[in-house]
Design a protein around this ligand. Structure first.
Ligand code: DMJ
Length: 532
């Protein structure tokens, strides 16, 4: 295959990327050495968990302990989240032990409240991907169906929006009392890929209908001009005045708008329309440039009331690490909703993309550049939250040592690290690098991925086994927090593995990844789909 340079990769902003240059297209053959190093890291994580905490929901690699999400016992959170990565990596023995654990030990008969969204993306998504990648081992679909049936009551609300929590043992939806019974937009709108695929597999349309109804409610509630607040009310199905952002509680709503369109092979135009409308709004209201180097980032909009109770929206130049999924997502969207031909070239040619497709491609590539810039710390890892400088921030007086483009709020030399300074093994940057690489074949994305992987190995790896979060990305040697998030094995190491694998391993024209990186096949629906 011949690779061409493309305007999106040759913009001045992109040419400034460290290590990037024209003519770096390497194609899609595996980088075997690097791929195998990722497999070794996965085994280092899994074997420690298996040794110390097999079956427990979460793992604490420093104390060598496991723990469960509730006192009623575990639901296979870590095991199920990891299985499809083992299958992709060819770790047969590890896979067989995990599968046997699911078959003999896993139960959802737990009289306790679990988060609907987290349980769906990690456990239901994990079971569905394991079913597909294991050549349809029946146990995984059996368990997936049982779990989905236990979750279904969450949709029995006045509006059809789901409740945030579910008592799996009692099969009851439970309102989130910490947030006045509200559900976050990401929680409500990130169940669809899983429930729709389950419908496809079982031929039972109840799962599809419940998931689709949520999208219809969100569409009807749509806030002008296409933006979505982070909370909704399951009683009336309306948005509640709250922050608007691409980060926590908002993120995967945007991701699944695109992915629902992709999942059914670009057949449901309603999602393309919602996606296009929303991307326009994001470009008009949230996309910003940093002060010094013109880095592209997304701001938040925060509602405020003045003394006369008048409401206004304040632009807050804060970007969560979570937002780093959005670069790759925009580039993928440009080639799916913004393409004039199918399939587009790799990388796409300008004339193959619509004007908005070109815009989204460019913004996506620039956002990846920004996310890489936030890795410019002592550890080479990015913080949980980055703030961007704006002319009115007054930091030249209060924090004269603050860098000119972005900074970690509250970080002061000699002071304890603020919450924002942590790195908790999140995947979003490598997720975008994987997508960008698959869409372009540009070596630079592999180079960035390797830098991040090396930083994780250096600063997060625990010698006795496992990996841990670090509490300050700007502190070396790094101080660890005793927690290995499940998404290290389900997402971060999977995306890195795929980044260095052959391009035909989980190809993007045949699969859609759920938000926890569980690959689900793209399919043509057999039932009536879509709504207007
Ligand atoms: C994961 O559980 C999912 O990717 C989710 O959509 C967002 N947060 C974590 C990873 O950071």
């Amino acid at each position: 295959m011949k690779y061409r340079s493309f305007f999106g990769l040759d913009t001045p902003a992109l040419r400034e990327l460290p290590g990037a240059s024209k003519g770096t297209y390497v194609g899609f053959e595996a980088d075997v050495e690097k791929r195998d190093a990722v497999v070794e890291a996965f085994r280092h994580a899994w074997l420690a968990y298996e040794r110390d905490a097999m079956g427990d929901d979460e793992y604490h690699p420093i104390s060598h302990m496991g723990s469960n999400l509730t006192a009623a016992g575990g639901i296979g959170y870590t095991v199920v989240d990891s299985i499809d990565t083992m299958l992709l990596m060819g770790l047969t023995e590890e896979y067989e032990r995990a599968r046997d654990w699911v078959a003999t030990n896993m139960t959802f008969d737990r009289d306790a409240n679990f988060n609907t969204f987290e349980t769906t993306i990690r456990v239901l998504g994990g079971l569905l991907a394991a079913h597909h990648l294991s050549n349809e081992e029946p146990i995984f679909l059996e368990k997936a169906k049982e779990l989905a049936d236990r979750i279904l009551p969450v949709f029995e609300t006045e509006s059809g929006l789901p409740l945030s929590m579910v008592n799996l043992g009692k099969r009851e939806g439970v309102p989130d009392r910490d947030n006045n019974g509200l559900v976050s937009t990401a929680e409500a709108a990130t169940l669809q890929l899983e429930f729709r695929y389950l419908s496809f597999l079982t031929d039972e349309d109840v799962y599809w209908k419940k998931a689709e109804r949520v999208m219809a409610v969100i569409k009807a509630a749509r806030m002008a001009p296409g933006l979505a607040s982070i909370f909704m009310n399951p009683k009336d199905g309306k948005f509640v005045t709250s922050a608007i952002r691409l980060g926590s509680r908002g993120d995967s709503f945007y991701e699944y708008l695109l992915k629902q369109y992709v999942q059914t092979d670009l057949t449901e135009d309603v999602y393309k329309d919602m996606y296009d409308y929303t991307m326009d709004a994001i470009h008009s209201h949230l996309v910003q440039k940093s002060m010094e180097s013109g880095l592209t980032y997304t701001s938040e909009l925060v509602p405020e009331r003045d003394q006369n109770n008048q409401m206004s929206w304040r632009l807050m130049p804060k970007q969560d690490f979570l937002v780093c999924f959005f670069g790759g997502s925009l580039m993928l969207g440009a080639t799916r909703t913004g393409s004039l031909v199918h399939p587009v070239s790799r990388p796409p040619l300008p004339e193959e993309l619509s004007e908005t497709g070109q815009r989204d491609w460019r913004t996506g590539a620039e956002l990846i550049k920004t996310c890489m810039a936030t890795h410019d710390t002592k550890t080479g890892l990015a913080p949980e939250i980055a703030h961007f400088r704006i002319p009115t921030d007054g930091l030249e007086r209060t924090m004269p040592y603050a860098p000119k483009d972005w900074y970690i709020k509250g970080a002061r030399p000699g002071a304890p690290a603020p919450y924002d300074a942590r790195y908790i093994l999140r995947p979003e940057t490598v997720e975008s690098l994987f997508i960008a690489f698959r869409l372009t074949g540009d070596q630079r994305y592999r180079d960035y991925g390797w830098n991040i992987f090396s930083a994780i190995q250096t600063h997060c790896r625990i010698e006795s086994g496992g990996f841990a979060s670090i509490i300050n990305v700007d502190d070396v040697p790094a101080e660890h927090e005793d927690k290995m998030e499940t998404f290290l094995m389900s997402e971060t190491l999977k995306y890195l593995f795929l980044l260095f694998s052959d391009g035909d391993v989980v190809p993007l024209d045949k699969y859609v990844f759920n938000t926890e990186a569980h690959p689900l096949p793209i399919f043509t629906p057999t039932i009536r789909t879509g709504f207007s």
